[in-house]
Design a binder for this molecule. Structure first.
Ligand SMILES: NC(=O)c1ccc[n+]([C@@H]2O[C@H](COP(=O)([O-])OP(=O)(O)OC[C@H]3O[C@@H](n4cnc5c(N)ncnc54)[C@H](OP(=O)(O)O)[C@@H]3O)[C@@H](O)[C@H]2O)c1
Length: 326
């Protein structure tokens, strides 16, 4: 079995590459000339240079592989158009490259995001059949990618996974929260009352592998989480307990977080580096309910999340400590 992984240099992709190699799969990674290859160092993977922006560069990458795992994506950008160029058009480019260069492809797994569906407005858990109402440019671009993919579902055996917020070793987003907690600060937005889904990275990898094996679920979308519903306040407490710290809860009003995001955007335009926090991210953060329903993944893929939040938090914290990130 030979697989192409896009986004293999990133947080989730690098864990997927390791899991595929562990199963004896030959792995090819799409990398860019300026990609940071740290997580792939020493691994027996074939690297092919290309960029989702550039359809021609994708032809060589997709030739001769049995499976494509499309994880490349932009989660932070200086300009909104970048989300659409990479996430939406990049996905369309890769699908076209597969259609034109790999007629025998057995599976195309696209890692979308819960952001494509948007928050749950009715207080319950968002299901795959619910209307998509993304609230950020990132979310819109991921939904557009899903639509491109679904439009080709009759030509290519593809399915779409929609993870919630993912945490674990190598993650740099929820890491910011760990970092604040390590300084004994627990930020409390909107009174910490939002409800969210979370998932440890190894459970996402389990779901991606299951998705690659299923024969019957082509053309479907699956939400992924650890199956629980957490109050944001409670997440801070569980992480703090895993870290052995007793933080002080600092209330952050909405206007302040928008102010910080605008300032970060300003700095990022000067530095040329995408901001960790931008107004789109804040628009997502202030939604009351980001809980998704994983019944479909449980039933059709056989997905069984293995890591509780407190176990995942401990493993993640231990890794941050070992790597001296904390
Ligand atoms: N992390 C989460 O909580 C989460 C939740 C839901 C969905 N997702 C989705 O999961 C995927 C992986 O996320 P992640 O957190 O692992 O992100 P990440 O660590 O930022 O990795 C992103 C990957 O995409 C690659 N990439 C970016 N632009 C590219 C382009 N134009 N052409 C080719 N490759 C490109 C990056 O390559 P370089 O090394 O060259 O930059 C990197 O390998 C994304 O599609 C994201 O939308 C993530």
């Amino acid at each position: 079995m030979k697989a192409l992984v896009t986004g293999g240099t990133g947080f989730i992709g690098s864990h997927l590459v390791e899991a595929l190699l562990h199963r004896g799969v030959q792995v090819r990674c799409l990398v860019r000339k300026r990609s940071d290859l740290s997580w792939l160092e020493g691994l027996p993977v074939e690297m092919v240079h290309g960029d989702c922006h550039d359809r021609v560069s994708l032809a060589e990458a997709v030739k001769g592989v049995d499976q494509v795992f499309h994880l490349a994506g932009v989660t932070k950008a200086i300009e909104e158009k970048t989300y659409f160029e990479v996430n939406a058009l990049g996905t369309e480019n890769l699908i076209h490259a597969c259609l034109e260069n790999n007629p025998h492809l057995q599976k195309f797994v696209y890692l979308s995001s819960q952001a494509a569906a948007g928050p749950c407005q009715n207080g319950g858990r968002k299901k795959e059949s619910d209307r998509c109402e993304p609230v950020s440019a990132y979310g819109h671009s991921k939904r557009m990618a899903e639509e491109f993919a679904l439009a080709h579902a009759h030509e290519i055996p593809l399915l779409i996974l929609r993870p919630c917020a993912v945490y674990g070793p190598r993650d740099r987003d929820i890491y910011a929260f760990f970092k604040l907690l390590s300084k004994r600060v627990k930020p409390c937005l909107l009174g910490g009352e939002q409800h969210i889904s979370l998932c440890y990275v190894q459970d996402i990898i389990q779901a991606i592998l299951l998705a690659s094996e299923t024969e019957e679920s082509n053309g479907r979308i699956f939400f992924l989480s650890d199956g629980q519903d957490y109050r944001l306040d409670e997440v801070g407490d569980i992480f703090a307990e895993a870290m052995g710290v007793n933080p002080l809860c600092i209330r952050v009003p909405e206007w302040m977080i928008f102010g910080i995001a605008s300032f970060s955007e300003y700095i990022s335009r000067i530095s040329g580096k995408p901001p960790l926090l931008n107004r789109g991210k804040v628009e997502e953060m202030i939604q009351k309910n980001w809980v998704c329903d994983i019944t479909q993944a449980r039933t059709l893929l056989g997905f069984r999340p293995q890591y509780s939040l407190s176990e995942g938090a401990k493993l993640t914290y231990e890794w941050y400590r070992k790597e001296k990130w904390l």
